[in-house]
Ligand binder design. Structure first.
Ligand code: HPA
Ligand code: ZN
Length: 335
């Protein structure tokens, strides 16, 4: 049995595996600029965040119908369940779809159907986080929030993703204020490629409760002290950091030092179809590369539930935390 864990940093569009991309392309009559799945996989060599985003947005051309979004999310949940995920807080990028003429209602309805069935089908409770694309305008983010109003019962939080540098959190002050007034919770990507000052801004200007990535906080010791003091969770994605060249190798990842400093770290997969592994694979990889012992892995699992938005279901959180505390690593399947 794998270690029970929550996944808090997962872009549902980043779970589009090459096989499903070709299936959906055939179903929808979309021509992909790749001969087959192997040729597509060979394109997964990225220089930086932008070079990944170009392919990531391009492949979304295959997603059209409620059924497509359902199938995408259900496929992710099935794989996540195999790797011990018991709770998933899932990002989606509505503007990447509405810009192609796919209505936001189609996206949310499709994802929602898969998420509604998830606890029974896969044993995974879920929350949905709507992200704004930070390289689009603040007006576009406001219009996106407005268009999501009929579906707010399905949305727990707002987030901020896409090309970071040059698009500081403060650009989105107004839409975060409006989201807060609607009762939505707040997270934002900050400090992935952008400077530590973006992490300060996400906290001070947007009022976020978690920082997605936050890797570059290590460059600012006062910021680290603040994140420790305020117990701000970081949703780290080590395999993503290597693939997008934020760090050279997994052995160089500062996760262990960050945990030693008292930061509330979680480990996540970001875009598992593109970055070489789902969250269980990520746990295995950091364990090997950084030599994390069982208690460190247990701490990461505990952190994932503590940092989750399960505040509206404390009974489930307590049950999952008890499972983590009682987990016997001897029951883990051999790799
Ligand atoms: N960073 C920013 N935007 C994203 C990412 C990421 O790692 N994945 C999908 N959108
Ligand atoms: Zn991300």
């Amino acid at each position: 049995m794998p270690l029970p864990k929550a996944e808090l940093h997962l872009h549902i569009e980043g779970t589009l595996e090459p096989e499903l991309a070709f299936t959906l392309a055939a179903r929808n009559g979309v021509e992909l600029p790749f001969k087959d799945t192997e040729e597509l996989r060979r394109a997964y060599l990225f220089e930086d965040l932008q070079s990944f985003l170009d392919l990531y947005y391009g492949l979304m051309a295959v997603l059209h119908t409620v059924r497509d979004f359902h199938d995408l999310a259900d496929a992710y949940l099935a794989r996540a369940a195999e790797q011990g995920v018991r709770h998933a807080e899932i990002f989606f990028d509505p503007q990447a779809h509405t810009a192609r003429g796919v209505p936001i209602g189609t996206v949310i309805e499709g994802l929602g159907r898969a998420l509604d069935a998830s606890e029974e089908r896969h044993g995974i409770s879920t929350r949905l986080i709507m992200c704004f694309l930070r390289d689009e305008s603040a007006e576009s983010a406001l219009a996106t929030l407005e268009s999501a109003k009929p579906y707010l019962n399905r949305i727990t939080a707002v987030g901020l993703d896409s090309a970071e540098v040059g698009h500081p959190p403060s650009k989105f002050r107004e839409v975060y204020e409006a989201a807060g007034a609607l009762g939505l919770r707040k997270v934002a990507h900050a400090g992935e490629e952008g400077p530590p000052s973006y992490i300060h801004e996400a906290l001070d200007v947007l009022g976020v409760e978690r920082i997605d990535h936050g890797l570059r906080c290590v460059e600012d010791q006062e910021l680290v002290a603040r994140l420790v003091r305020e117990r701000v969770p970081l949703t780290l994605c080590p395999l993503s950091n290597v693939r997008l060249r934020a760090i050279d190798t997994l052995e160089d990842h500062p996760l262990r030092e960050m945990m030693d400093a008292g930061l509330l770290c979680t480990v996540n997969s970001d875009d598992p179809a593109y970055f070489g592994g789902y969250v269980g694979d990520t746990f295995h990889a950091v364990r090997e590369a950084l030599g994390l012992d069982e208690e460190r892995l247990r701490e990461l699992a505990r952190n994932s539930f503590e940092a989750s938005f399960l505040d509206d279901d404390e009974e489930r959180r307590a049950g999952l935390l008890a499972e983590v505390a009682a987990y016997d690593f001897a029951t883990e399947l051999p790799e």
